[in-house]
Design a protein. Sequence first.
Length: 157
Amino acid sequence: MLNQATKWILLSALFYGMLSVVSAAVPPDWNDSKIQWMGYEQGISAAKQSGKPIMMIFYADWCPTCHAYKNIFNKPAVISLAKKLVMIKVNVDEFPQLSQQYEYDGSYVPRSFVMSSNGVVLKTLYPKKQYKYFIKSQDIDGFKRLMEKALAETPPT
């Protein structure tokens, strides 16, 4: 016979397991109607042609934090900044080898990188912490600051 606490733990595990299966089939909603997201190759090429810096995010459809980024990408200030950068999103499950190239401090998701228009990660713009490329979904100001720093590091074209 299972005690009440064990039943609750098993029920919770079952619920979260089912939730992750459901969310695995649904990509995160990152405001595609107002932010022009590109794939890796297309984005790198567009940045080289335009001279704009890049913001590239590695994500996974099953990642709850990745889905919570919806909150960030619906903010008017972030939308405005996104128009000044080349925005790239990369699904780690679809492009694992590309993801591995950017596992500087781990393979966690989401990982957010700002890069020069030549595709070089601007590593000096990040804080010295264990998971420096992770931005909490509630940290809208931190996200905006990173975008602004990328723009400040890029000479105008």
